[in-house]
Design a protein around this ligand. Structure first.
Ligand SMILES: Cc1ncc(COP(=O)(O)O)c(C=O)c1O
Length: 374
């Protein structure tokens, strides 16, 4: 079996033990004579699978009883619309735009009401999280003025490699966070949020499942707009246990296995420690390198997505092409930033990161031995 060092930003590496368990159960799930792919979502066998996934996630994140856990479809992208559809009751919400996905959510919300731009880091190509004191002051002013239904952030910016290291102070205004690329990377205090959501394909499982965790009272009155599609109505989805229609049965099963793996390998505090050790190995290397440079400001660095470049597009391309010879895959940066990106999610091992670090050092040494003639 030849597995590569996979630094994909998502869909991303999964724990090998989880993959092996899935393979084991493929022909005959625990003696029932069929695979999970073939099982009715209305069967008691499947109900156990989804209940177990939810229960494990509740333990991991210490989710209070007044929060609902949903496993939906449509990716994180569908929630860009789902959030205003459900929560924009007075028609006004604040957005902090820290990258491409936050910007998409902001634009989508503007279709449903007034999307107030609270802060943005677009002026420096999203290389940082805007000043938190300024964000907090703006939230307080808006809340005291025309009011806000919620404050929206994208907590970890997958493309740009930045993350919020503290949460905004929203007072009584619910905080909504897209945590797609930092979900289960580190402990998270659910009670600080009104709604959290994450596409599963980074740290939580396979593509096709979006985990939504929402506080009861925010959905108690149903969606904010009468024409909201039934599927997008979080109150109905909660009442139906994410089974208004056929859910992504296999995807939820994979999530359940990943949640158990996180629990068995030490839980979220241990994940955070390992993740920072991996990320910091690369950040330290970048600080000491003459060739490679990080693309984010130091106080905004992501736990999961390490972005860097040489400053020379051809050299970046040579680095990415050469990586494949070392079984290193998916290190090309997103086109909006260029350069390289290494995503070091939970299932990426320290050995994977060490292999990348060694390749980076060797590549740099080679450049100084034989600098390209320009
Ligand atoms: C932070 C973040 N939000 C949203 C998305 C969009 O997710 P999806 O493709 O599941 O709609 C992504 C995808 O990479 C992401 O990283």
């Amino acid at each position: 079996m030849a597995r590569v060092h996979n630094f994909s930003a998502g869909p991303a590496a999964l724990p090998t033990s989880v993959l092996a368990e899935i393979a084991d159960e493929m022909m005959d799930y625990r003696g029932c004579g069929m695979s999970v792919l073939e099982m009715s979502h209305r069967s008691s066998m499947y109900q156990q699978i989804i209940d177990d996934a939810e229960a494990t996630l509740r333990r991991l994140l210490n989710i209070p009883d007044n929060y609902r856990v949903l496993f939906l479809q449509g990716g994180a992208t569908l929630q860009f619309a789902g959030i205003p559809m459900n929560l924009m009751r007075r028609g006004r919400a604040g957005y902090v735009v820290t990258g491409n996905f936050a910007n998409k959510a902001y634009k989508e919300a503007a279709k449903y009401g007034e999307a107030v731009l609270l802060a943005s880091s677009e002026d420096t190509n999203f290389d940082r999280i805007p000043n938190m004191a300024d964000i907090n002051a703006r939230i307080a002013a808006e809340a005291a003025g025309d009011g806000l239904d919620y404050v929206y952030i994208c907590q970890n910016n997958t493309i740009f490699g930045t993350m919020f290291h503290e949460l905004p102070d929203c007072g009584d205004v619910p905080l909504v966070a897209d945590v797609s690329s930092c979900f289960l990377s580190q402990p998270l205090d659910v009670e600080r949020y009104g709604l959290i959501y994450a596409g599963a394909q980074k740290n939580a499982g396979a593509a096709g499942v979006t985990v939504v965790i929402v506080r009861d009272d925010l959905i108690a009155d149903g969606p904010a707009f009468a024409q909201t599609p039934q599927y997008m109505d979080l109150k109905t989805q909660a009442a139906k246990g994410s089974m208004l229609n056929t859910p992504n049965t296999f995807g939820i099963y994979v999530c359940g296995k990943v949640f158990r793996w996180v629990e068995q390998t030490g839980g979220l505090a241990a994940m955070a420690e390992r993740n920072w050790a991996k990320a910091n190995l690369l950040y330290d290397l970048l600080e000491n390198s003459e060739l490679f440079h990080g693309t984010t400001q130091a106080d905004s660095r992501s736990i999961a997505n390490v972005t860097f470049r040489t400053g020379d597009a051809e050299l970046d391309a040579a680095f990415v092409a050469g990586a494949a010879e070392h079984q290193i895959q998916n290190v090309k940066g997103h086109r909006l930033v260029g350069g390289m990106r290494a995503s070091v999610y939970n299932a990426v091992t320290m050995e994977d990161v060490q292999a990348l670090a060694t390749y980076m050092k060797d590549f740099e040494a080679q450049q100084s031995l034989s600098p390209r003639s320009n």
